[in-house]
Design a protein around this ligand. Structure first.
Ligand SMILES: Nc1nc2c(c(=O)[nH]1)N[C@H]1C(S)=C(S)[C@@H](COP(=O)(O)OP(=O)(O)OC[C@H]3O[C@@H](n4cnc5c(=O)[nH]c(N)nc54)[C@H](O)[C@@H]3O)O[C@H]1N2
Ligand SMILES: Nc1nc2c(c(=O)[nH]1)N[C@H]1C(S)=C(S)[C@@H](COP(=O)(O)OP(=O)(O)OC[C@H]3O[C@@H](n4cnc5c(=O)[nH]c(N)nc54)[C@H](O)[C@@H]3O)O[C@H]1N2
Ligand SMILES: [Mo]
Length: 804
């Protein structure tokens, strides 16, 4: 009988969980995966997808040889070639594009398919190569709408991607007394966090779920708040209104850690300064002392006025009206008193009052925001409203209290920025330019992008140079794609395939993957990569640990890890000295960069990692923002902001104009770009389409794994009974979902969980798995120049019986 060996590995797709696994190997073959222990056993976990790896790794669909296109682009006709020929084709094309258009015309596109630091995309061999080559790296663009708004208030993205989604660790959920799931379906999309929620429930926590759909998470909650899609910022403002009106704010917190008592000049929207009063050069902020009624520097007043409108005498003798920042917020929120908010959101006024009171008083309270509220053109305002709820009630910086859910803790997320900019990813000292994903389409189609230009690139707080984005030349002519399936996951699929990936627009496309994905089919050159079990690597996750992934099996067929592929290319192109050794030789270099982010703890982390192959990064007793200090311009939580409030990733450097140049300083409501009840288009296309993140896949990863397809065999659309009957449709019918942008044909599931006026398609299929088309044809690449996030759900469709 053959013996089994067990190696430590990890499951690292973009579900954020990055579970530690054992790879069980017999006769050199991966035969089983099982949960491996974390030092804190409450993080031990595995899911169905994690258990299905042997079927994915050993799949007959895997492509195990380099291939070059022989038919027309997209025709899916390829011929096997040698690695020598493949690298020769690739280097020739890179040189050709660089000579003709400059090195920036080659876009390196790692997306989210692997969190592994060396072979994956975060930061990955691809970024290291791109920095040496000085190409373009395409980043950000998804999952940025709602977090951008949050960061305007609490700067949780301060330092750029370095602390992207800085938030408490998942275990801290168990301390909450109120948990609001807002536009997230955590039972499917972060199932591994659910047991912490159950712990909170056992301790008596109240669960509230805000979703237009009776989601799996709604079904497990005490309260389901059914909301009109795209109207969440109105609900947030209305809850803020109730909380201020009923004096449920945390006054001490507001005074010490927010801009609440600051005085806002009614002439220009800026905060009143000491210099405005006495003509001195003191730029410090001032407040009204509630005891003396005098205007004094904020540091010297124990009990400043939090609400009110005042006339102040300026040093030049003029009188000026000012309001406290909290008063400004109240005035905005008063537009959405619960009765008015009911009209817009459809949430009953009394329910709004009830959840506002529970949130503010049954504490500690956590809001767990998800990405159902992110995939909208107005997503930033939802994030801003939610973060504001957290800070005015003081529900931040304590165990169990966070308006940011638990979206932090990803160790490798830390390395993204530092390593992109830092020593590991940039060994030559040169850098690629970062292009936002949302702008990729514009760059390829027009050779230009509309971007904010920072006044001072080294200091994003300095703001933008102009009131509107400026058009910059940015031709893109060649693509190298790894760890993503852009054709499947980028909005507006027909434009992606027919225009962006056309031979007219792109001279050259190389895709590195394990499978013939939608994107691989459009490639000129396909390079087969290994699975996560065929390499050494290092990874973090939505848990506080960084861990080693051990090579468990040899690369299958002729496949190679991304490190080895870029090493071959580097050697061919004369950059060999930057790609020395094997992937495992890079672990120390990455650890070093990572360790630097943890200051005093660095040596302890490195020692623990070297001994055990896993190390805890964050201190278990610490909670982000416990000190009430924020990386905003004022150092306080800014629900009212004068201008650029936070330091953002390079791809959206000048997020906000100064208030006196048109920036809206407060959380506010803007209607969605398309999927909204007063858009005339709704007559033609009456259904708002959500493309959900399902537990049977992670995006398109696991798209063809037998055990998962047994449960979820084909793409479907969900409609409720009323909407189905209106259209003469029955459960099981094949239906055509369409709009002016495109269509797909899928099976109908009649499901009363779906709201009237809504439709939902679980995402993650490749085009060949549909009867016709694909759901991604239906979405629109809205370019929002504040948050630069793709607004996938902001799309209207109609459904009819398929005549095929
Ligand atoms: N198994 C699995 N896990 C995943 C992923 C995956 O593909 N598979 N993807 C990962 C990634 S990258 C992400 S970004 C996350 C996403 O995971 P989630 O944050 O859970 O996001 P979604 O599934 O897109 O949508 C969540 C909910 O938002 C609701 N919704 C739709 N529109 C609105 C609205 O206007 N308002 C409100 N309040 N709710 C709305 C939907 O009905 C849905 O129930 O999951 C991660 N986890
Ligand atoms: N309509 C709609 N579209 C969406 C969304 C939505 O809600 N609705 N959500 C968006 C979101 S939030 C996200 S994050 C994106 C995710 O979009 P993508 O990042 O494109 O995600 P995947 O489909 O998982 O593609 C990952 C690919 O990486 C490959 N891969 C895995 N490991 C490796 C490796 O080591 N090396 C290489 N070279 N390749 C590897 C996998 O085989 C897979 O083909 O989708 C976005 N698209
Ligand atoms: Mo995502």
């Amino acid at each position: 009988m053959s013996t089994e060996i067990k190696k430590f590995s990890a499951c690292v797709p973009n579900c954020w969980m990055n579970c530690r696994l054992y790879a069980h190997v017999r006769d050199g073959k991966l035969v089983q995966t099982s949960a491996a222990p974390f030092p804190d056993p409450s993080y031990n976990r595995i899911c169905l997808r994690g258990l299905s790896h042997p079927q994915r790794v050993n799949s007959k669909e895997r492509i195990l040889h380099p291939m070059k296109r022989v038919g027309k682009r997209g025709e899916n006709k390829f011929e096997q070639i040698s690695w020598d020929e493949a690298i020769d084709i690739l280097s020739t094309n890179l040189n050709r594009v660089r000579e003709k258009y400059g090195s920036k015309a080659v876009a390196f596109i790692p997306w989210s398919g692997s969190y592994a630091a060396i072979n994956g995309g975060m930061p990955g061999a691809i970024k290291r190569f791109a920095n040496i080559f000085e190409g373009t790296v395409v980043v950000d663009g998804v999952d940025f709408g709602m977090p951008t708004g949050m960061s305007q208030v609490v700067a949780n993205m301060a330092g750029g991607m370095a602390s992207l989604f800085l938030g408490p660790e998942p275990k801290d959920l168990s301390y909450a007394k109120t948990l609001i799931f807002w536009g997230t379906n955590i039972t499917d999309s972060q199932v591994h966090n659910w047991h912490f929620v159950l712990d909170a429930m056992e301790n008596g926590a109240k669960l509230i779920c805000i979703d237009p759909r009776y989601s799996e998470t709604a079904a497990k909650s005490h309260e389901w708040i059914r909301i009109r899609p795209g109207s969440d910022s109105v609900l947030a403002l209305s809850m803020i209104q109730v909380i201020i009106e009923e004096n449920l704010i945390d006054s001490d917190y507001c005074i010490r850690h927010t801009v609440a008592p600051f005085l806002v000049r009614q002439d220009n929207g800026l905060f009143l300064r000491q210099s405005d009063i006495d003509g001195s050069d003191q730029a410090g902020y001032v407040v009204v002392d509630s005891e003396s009624g005098e205007i004094e520097p904020v540091e010297s007043v124990a009990r400043p006025e939090l609400l009110g409108t005042f006339d102040v005498k300026l040093h030049n003798g003029n009188t000026l009206q000012v309001k406290t920042a909290l008063q400004m917020l109240k005035d905005e929120a008063d537009k959405y008193k619960p009765d008015e908010a009911e009209r817009i959101t459809t949430v009953p006024a009394e329910k709004i009052r009830e959840i506002a009171r529970i949130y503010a008083t049954n504490t500690p309270s956590t809001i767990y925001p998800g990405f159902g509220i992110d995939r909208w053109d107005n997503a930033d305002q939802v994030g801003r409203g939610i973060a504001t709820l957290g800070v005015i009630t003081g529900q931040i910086g304590k165990k169990g209290a966070s308006p940011l859910g638990t979206m932090g803790q990803s160790a490798i997320q830390y390395t993204i920025s530092d390593a992109v900019m830092g020593p590991w990813t940039s060994p030559s000292g040169t850098q690629a330019e970062l292009l936002n994903f949302v702008l990729l389409q514009q760059a390829i189609l027009t050779g230009k992008v509309d971007m904010w230009e920072p006044k001072d690139p080294g200091n994003p707080l300095a703001g933008p140079t102009a009131k509107t984005p400026v058009s910059k030349d940015w031709p893109i002519k060649g693509l190298i794609l790894t760890t993503g399936n852009v054709v499947s996951n980028h909005a507006e699929q027909k434009v992606t395939i027919e225009e962006m990936f056309s031979e007219e627009k792109l001279d050259f496309i190389c895709c590195i993957d394990m499978f013939m994905t939608d994107t691989a089919r459009q490639a000129d050159l396909f390079l087969p990569c290994t699975s996560w079990f065929e390499n050494d690597d290092i990874v973090g996750g939505l848990h506080p640990y960084v861990m080693r992934m051990e090579k468990a099996i040899e690369p299958m067929g002729e496949s190679k890890g991304d490190w080895e592929i870029f090493k071959l290319l580097a050697q061919k192109m004369g950059y060999g000295k930057y790609f020395m050794g094997e992937a495992k030789d890079q672990i120390e270099g990455i650890l070093d960069v990572l360790g630097n982010l943890f200051g005093d703890r660095k040596e302890e982390i490195l020692k623990e990692f070297r001994e055990k192959g896993i190390a805890r990064l964050s201190d278990p007793h610490s909670v982000p923002f416990a000190d009430g200090v924020f990386y905003t311009r004022t150092g306080r939580a800014e629900f009212y902001s004068e201008g650029v409030a936070t330091v953002f990733p390079k791809t959206m450097p000048a997020l906000q104009l100064p208030v006196n140049e048109g920036h809206n300083p407060l959380p506010h409501f803007e209607p969605p770009a398309e999927a909204w009840f007063d858009n005339p288009l709704i007559k033609k296309y009456p259904l708002a389409l959500s493309t959900l993140h399902t537990k049977w896949r992670v995006h398109t990863t696991f798209y063809d794994v037998a055990v998962l397809r047994e449960i979820d065999p084909e793409p479907v659309v969900y409609l409720n009974r009323r909407e189905s009957e209106k259209r003469g449709l029955k459960d099981g019918d094949y239906v055509r979902v369409f709009n002016d942008r495109g269509h797909c044909v899928v099976r109908l599931v009649v499901d009363d969980a779906i709201n009237d006026g809504g439709a939902a398609i679980p995402k993650g299929w490749q085009r060949h798995q549909f009867k016709e088309g694909g759901y991604q044809e239906l979405t629109k690449n809205h370019i929002n120049t504040v948050h630069y996030g793709m607004s996938f759900f902001d799309a209207l469709v109609e459904v009819e019986k398929w005549k095929g």
